[in-house]
Design a protein. Structure first.
Length: 370
């Protein structure tokens, strides 16, 4: 079942969100993912200092370019007043939801005591949330990690603070700041958070296949899942997950459909950025699209050198023509397909259940779904 999710007074048609990834989830990519089934498409993170919003980079991140669905603007900072001012500005720009980033692990963000650095100071988290929620009328959501480091996994404490302050929904990435993006995401903390709060919880981390999405939803009892790196070079993952959660036949995109998606994505980049920047942004997306295809190495070496949209499109069409004998265009990710990490964590829960018998409900694993 793939019923939607409600955050405050905003209703979303399904349980899938695109992660706000700096330099990746720009307006063209957000629109593409929305067209392919992502219900929630937050903006890239923007600094809370509104004096910086006049730069070209910030203006692009804030632009409502051919947007689909409710508009979510994500802000990041550490000063309560500055965060409140940014939230007000975001609401004035038309945000239906203001999302606060307390999960970014980047050093340049944490050095300023923003992003996931805030997880070390629950009192400051509370002051920021109180100040923001007192100043805006739209729902406010929060994105966090499970803690600052494995030895200080305080995600449950932060979740309680967030709910008590009035946050409308919580997204939790299953790693600590210290873990950054290494190793595997863990879902036990997300499961614990879901048990102690009544607001919607969105699970994030290593979700890169339909089976993995379902196993995470069923294991954590989360209300939705957020996909980040799993959507790079594979934005149709949202179509596939929606179909899987709705118990429909497995979606295998015909090669011609994927070709049209890739070429349309390039056209939208040129339209949004202009040719010079659009070609350069297109390079990384083409690298991801090609990563699992035959001849990808040579294609990548060539595509990073072209300077014009005409050359880039021609090179891309030639590459796609070479692999057009395939019935489908599929890229399998190295992690997540079998859900081994979920299986291991489920076994731990079942052991705990055997001790006290209190944990109810079944856990779906990708092993069962395969």
């Amino acid at each position: 079942m793939n019923a939607g999710i409600r955050i405050g007074d905003v209703q979303f048609p399904n349980r899938l969100a695109l992660a706000p990834m700096a330099g990746i989830s720009d307006p063209p990519f957000r629109r593409l993912c929305a067209e392919l089934g992502a219900a929630m498409t937050p903006s890239e993170m923007i600094a809370a200092d509104t004096r910086l919003w006049k730069t070209d980079k910030s203006q692009r991140r804030l632009k409502a370019w051919r947007s689909i669905g409710p508009r979510i603007i994500q802000i990041a900072g550490f000063d309560p007043k500055m965060m409140a001012d940014a939230a007000i500005a975001a609401e004035r720009l038309g945000a239906d939801i203001v999302d606060i980033n307390m999960g970014c692990p980047a050093k340049k963000i944490c050095r300023r005591l923003a992003g996931s650095a805030l997880l070390r100071d629950p009192d400051l988290v509370c002051r920021i949330l109180d100040r923001v929620l007192a100043r805006v009328t739209v729902p406010v959501t929060l994105k966090i990690r499970t803690g600052w480091c494995p030895e200080s996994r305080n995600g449950t404490e932060i979740a309680r603070v967030a709910e008590n302050c009035g946050v409308a929904a919580l997204t939790v990435h299953g790693r600590t700041r210290a873990c950054r993006f290494t190793g595997h995401a863990e879902y036990d903390t997300i499961r614990k958070i879901k048990k102690i709060v009544s607001i919607p919880v969105i699970a994030n981390g290593d979700i890169d296949s339909p089976a993995k999405a379902k196993s995470v939803l069923d294991y954590t009892y989360a209300d939705a899942v957020m996909i980040g790196r799993g959507a790079r070079g594979k934005p149709w993952i949202f179509t596939q997950i929606n179909s899987y959660l709705s118990h429909k036949p497995r979606v295998e995109l015909p090669f011609i459909s994927v070709r049209d998606i890739i070429l349309s994505h390039l056209d939208s980049l040129y339209s949004f950025y202009g040719e010079f920047t659009g070609v350069r942004v297109g390079r990384k997306h083409l690298t991801w699209y090609a990563q699992c295809q035959g001849g990808a190495h040579d294609f990548r070496k060539q595509v990073v050198r072209v300077e014009t949209a005409r050359e880039q499109l021609e090179l891309t069409r030639l590459f796609l023509e070479k692999i057009s004998h395939k019935d489908i265009f599929e890229c399998s990710h190295p992690r997540g397909e079998r859900g081994d990490q979920i299986d291991e964590q489920q076994e731990n829960v079942q052991k705990e259940k055997g001790k006290d018998g209190k944990d109810s409900g079944s856990c779906w694993t990708a092993k069962h779904a395969a």
